[in-house]
Design a protein around this ligand. Structure first.
Ligand code: NAD
Length: 249
């Protein structure tokens, strides 16, 4: 498939997990792709590696400008960089709330703000935000993380409304539990990682975790020409976690 031929994409948090799978898929499908990441040392050609921190406005503006200059414009922004946080509202103090909002929410705002002038010049402009089922699911011990993803969800809808007349589509994906280095780190921290993984898989309606490639496929759909009439939506990629109401067997 070469439906992204001639398109230029920037993927934040693109060095690992969902972002890396997305950057690789878009490149395979013909896009020129820049990867913005805190640590892009694993990123090599044909991807353009840019070291930047979405928690810092100057850093983001510099990287987005470099991506647009080197690639010759921007058509697609995949706002994917994000960090986790565990606990109830009593477990995280104000500084921790600010730190996670800085990355998960303001990081997406900053990248969008820097990318929009370039996207306006594109005939196929799209922004895809990596949200989460946490935005709407009411997950226990994820108050801060869920609040950031709730904000990402609302931001997606508001931006879709603001930019629809400019021909810029804005959508998000809501992944469930995805088998990425992030989840690997959480499992490794458990007393028995293999048992923890098995329990996690057993909680999935499909009996397995979502793969990063499956989320990348959904992001590519929302970023590409085949979804030209789709804006202001959230696409669940969660193995049925939210939509299905399975009774215990
Ligand atoms: P990951 O940890 O494997 O990759 C995240 C990447 O983002 C890393 O390369 C990291 O260096 C980069 N990053 C982190 N902070 C950054 C910053 N301040 N500036 C620039 N880059 C930064 O994680 P993943 O599982 O692929 O998660 C990616 C996105 O998917 C996140 O937004 C996360 O909230 C979301 N998500 C993940 C899951 C899951 O189960 N893995 C589920 C739902 C949503």
């Amino acid at each position: 498939m070469s439906d992204f031929e001639g398109l230029k994409a920037l993927v934040t948090g693109g060095a690992s997990g969902i972002g890396r799978a997305t950057a690789d898929l878009l490149a395979e499908r013909g896009a020129q792709v820049a990867v913005l990441d805190l640590d892009p040392s694993s990123v090599d050609k044909p991807l353009l590696a840019l070291a930047a921190d979405v928690g810092d406005d100057v850093s983001v503006r510099t990287a987005v400008a470099e991506a647009a200059e080197t690639l010759g414009g921007l058509d697609v922004l995949v706002n994917n960089a994000g960090i986790g946080a565990q606990g109830t509202v009593e477990d995280n103090d104000d500084a921790e709330w600010r730190r996670v909002f800085e990355v998960n929410v303001l990081g997406m705002v900053r990248a969008a703000r820097a990318a929009l002038p370039h996207l306006r010049r594109s005939r196929h402009a799209a922004i895809v935000n990596t949200c989460s089922i946490a935005a709407t699911a009411g997950l226990p011990r994820r108050a801060l993380y869920s609040a950031t993803k709730g904000a990402v969800y609302s931001l997606t809808l508001a931006m879709a409304a603001d930019h629809v007349r400019e021909g810029i589509r804005v959508n998000c994906v809501n992944p469930g539990t995805v088998d990425t280095p992030w989840v690997g780190r959480l499992l490794d921290a458990a007393p028995d990682p293999a048992a923890e993984r098995a329990a996690l898989e057993a909680r999935q309606p499909t009996g397995r975790l979502v793969s990063a490639a499956e989320v990348a496929g959904a992001i590519a759909y929302l970023a590409g020409p085949l979804s030209g009439a789709t804006t202001g939506t959230a696409l669940a990629v969660d193995g049925g976690m939210q939509g299905l109401r399975l009774r215990p067997a």
